[in-house]
Design a protein around this ligand. Structure first.
Ligand code: PXL
Length: 286
């Protein structure tokens, strides 16, 4: 039976983030992608004002009831931008629609704790949200926080982006990885890690070994790269890649997406990931 994944996050109608990234990217990885929209917004919330927001929490229980009636199950779950009230529903969905494979393995839980960047919570998330998100992360196979989200999950100050080389060192990252894993996830993939001004990458920790992967830093502030990262990571993991290999591929794919975007002054929101899908597909099949 082919792998079927369920991704739970918002639809930002315009903005190249969340579901409008996850659905095409994971599908391009050759994985059937079912969606549960957590909300519908006219655009994403950063860099736009006056956006519409429709919360879809009330639909979650009837959707789960219908799936249960139809016997619909999933091999993996990937969650992104969700609200506090949705977290218990999401836990119930993951418990009641997980497929157990003939070899006894059960559905993977990949949690991207989308809530913050550059030291700040996104608009609409209050100060008690990170503790709820930590609860969702506790049952995960993999969590994918950026450094800001890691700080909020742990209740520690954000250290900075380390461009000057004085914000943090390897001992700090190692301690953050260990404390994040102590929240309960099997694997931690921390993004936005940098020990040199011209390099940016990720750090993976499985409880035994820390693995780093770096690319040349591309100096451009673009939105939605976290969702591109998490979606391509999820696709590769569901194709059987290891966590460190999927984390490195996702980092390379984000770089390709950014290269396809920078220089286009008319493009003011996400990355033009569509142009880099052939790269992703060829890496997965290569
Ligand atoms: O890219 C994360 C994200 C997802 N969804 C919405 C957002 C953001 C980040 O700002 O606003 C609605």
């Amino acid at each position: 039976m082919d792998t079927r994944i369920l991704t739970i996050q918002d639809i930002s109608c315009v903005g190249q983030c969340s579901l409008t990234v996850a659905l095409p990217v994971i599908s391009a990885c050759g994985i059937e992608t079912a969606v549960l929209p957590s909300s519908v917004l006219s655009t994403h919330t950063s860099g736009f004002s006056g956006y519409t927001f429709r919360d879809l929490t009330d639909d979650m229980e009837p959707i789960l009831a219908h799936w249960n009636k139809e016997g619909i199950t999933f091999d993996a779950f990937y969650t992104g931008y969700v609200s506090k009230a949705q977290i218990p529903h999401i836990q119930a969905i993951m418990e009641r629609t997980a497929r157990t494979r003939p070899d006894g393995t059960t559905a993977l839980r990949i949690i991207d704790p989308v809530m913050a960047d550059n030291g700040k919570l996104y608009p609409g998330f209050d100060d008690d949200f990170p503790a709820e998100m930590a609860r969702l992360c506790s049952g995960a196979d993999v969590i994918l926080p950026n450094l800001t989200e890691a700080a909020f999950l742990l209740g520690i100050p954000y250290a900075g982006d380390n461009r000057n080389g004085t914000d943090y060192d390897e001992a700090y990252i190692s301690s953050v990885l260990k404390r994040l894993r102590a929240l309960g996830a099997k694997h931690v993939v921390l993004t936005g890690v940098s020990f040199a001004p011209d390099k940016l990458g990720c750090a993976c920790f499985d409880g035994h070994e820390i693995t780093y992967y770096f690319n040349d830093r591309i100096d451009a502030a673009v939105h939605g790269t976290g969702d591109v990262y998490a979606s391509s990571f999820t696709g590769a993991l569901c194709r059987g890649w290891s966590v460190p290999a999927a984390a490195a591929l996702a980092a390379d794919f984000v770089v390709e997406c950014m290269k396809a975007t920078i220089g286009d002054e008319s493009h003011r929101y996400g990355v033009k990931f569509e142009k880099a899908l052939p790269y992703l597909i060829s890496r997965l099949n290569g």
